[in-house]
Design a protein around this ligand. Sequence first.
Ligand code: SF4
Ligand code: SF4
Length: 69
Amino acid sequence: MKGSIQIDRERCKGCALCIDFCPEDCISLSDDLNLKGYFVAAFDDSKECSACRHCALMCPDVAIEVSKS
Ligand code: SF4
Ligand code: SF4
């Protein structure tokens, strides 16, 4: 099963917790600023997201939704 995530860019504050806790290295900090002036996290769909939900559980701003396909 392959997963994917959606990141709400306006909720994200670029804290990088999701990046640190993703076991598949699917997330990185982009050079894209949101309206609050934070660099937002970005998902790389070429990686093997397992839909483990670690990123969503760690995000303090509830900015991540996980989907399975
Ligand atoms: S669901 Fe798991 S594998 Fe997928 S991006 Fe989040 S932490 Fe990484
Ligand atoms: S944990 Fe949440 S707030 Fe922090 S970088 Fe990831 S998506 Fe953004």
